[in-house]
Write a protein that binds this ligand. Structure first.
Ligand code: ATP
Length: 300
């Protein structure tokens, strides 16, 4: 029996814009993703297959609301890895200790899939390069390649074109999430209705703002990075998710230098320079039964 335990970090979007739509209907994006220290833990255990036995892949998860069969992205990642490498003649048990809220815009499923890809690659003595892992990851979801690479990355295409960039400088992040999860496809549909399906007539992507935010990150200037922070999904989600708007205001009132929704929401993060203010804001949110955590940006 061989086991490996990996951290699977969540992500936040420091910038998220839509640049258009491909003929196949997928939206192309332009933005910055940042890995954070709020993590799930994924443990992989391999057991040899005895003569005449078929390999068994099983999964357990501490969040009873998530699927444990082939619908779980971690499970699908294992199958995709074994298909790509021909190394599936082993029993595999995956256990996910879940801390990242599901369907919250923090890539909870994608980061579990990336951890399985990286973990199996390590256990099998690295048959795939990091780029090949990203290619397999992209067949599972647009955020998986980022989760394979981590750190801070400029994200383009449907999420598969990644360029490393400066991380948020050391700071304290408060991440909070309340209410119904947001379906990412439903959020894209709402944006299509608002912005003419991104055919170039109604909406102009904010590429200058992205360049300015990258510059601010390079200089380590948290405040200026906030001046240029943008998430197009806020315009579709905040009007109907009053709790996300309330959390954003609470983070700002609690002393965040800036706050924004992550991905398609409804999770919201606040960037704090002061740790005490961050901790006090988490206490205040938790006292209102709103799940909240203090964490930090993670480099590569
Ligand atoms: P993203 O930010 O990449 O759009 P998200 O945070 O909005 O992702 P996830 O947490 O990845 O969304 O979950 C989306 C859906 O995927 C959920 O409805 C959930 O049932 C399903 N899912 C499958 N596997 C997992 C997993 N291992 N962890 C979390 N969700 C999973």
């Amino acid at each position: 029996m061989t086991s490996l335990t990996l951290s699977a970090p969540a992500k936040i979007n420091l910038f998220l814009d839509i640049t258009g739509r491909r003929p196949d209907g997928y939206h192309t994006i332009s933005g910055i993703m940042q890995a954070i220290s709020l993590c799930d833990t994924v443990t992989l255990t391999l057991t040899p297959v005895a003569d005449g036995e078929d390999p068994r892949y099983t999964l357990t998860c501490t969040n009873p609301e998530l699927p444990t069969d082939g619908k779980n992205l971690a499970f699908r990642a294992a199958v995709a890895f074994f298909e790509a490498t021909g190394t599936g003649n082993t029993h595999l048990h995956m256990h996910i200790e879940k801390r990242i809220p599901a369907a919250a815009g923090m890539a909870g499923g994608s980061t579990n899939a990336a951890a399985v890809l990286k973990g199996l690659n390590a256990l099998m003595d690295h048959p795939l390069t990091q780029e090949a892992l990203c290619r397999v990851g992209l067949t599972l979801g647009a955020d998986v390649p980022f989760c394979v690479k981590g750190g801070a990355q400029i994200t383009e295409g449907v999420g598969e074109i990644l360029t490393p960039c400066a991380s948020l400088p050391p700071c304290h992040l408060v991440v909070a999430c309340a209410g119904e999860g947001v379906s990412t496809p439903a959020a894209y549909k709402k944006l299509d209705e608002m912005y003419g399906s991104f055919d170039g007539t109604v909406y102009t992507p904010r590429s200058d703002m992205l360049a300015s935010q990258l510059e601010a990150l390079k200089k380590g200037d948290i405040g200026r990075a906030g001046e240029y922070a943008y998430n197009i999904f806020e315009s579709a989600v905040l009007p109907t998710h009053s709790k996300a708007g309330y959390i954003k205001r609470t983070l700002e009132d609690g002393g965040a230098v800036w706050a924004m929704m992550s991905g398609s929401g409804p999770s919201v993060f606040g960037v704090f320079a002061d740790e005490d203010a961050a901790r006090a804001t988490v206490d205040s949110l938790r006292n209102q039964d709103i799940p909240a955590w203090v964490c930090e940006p993670m480099g590569i």
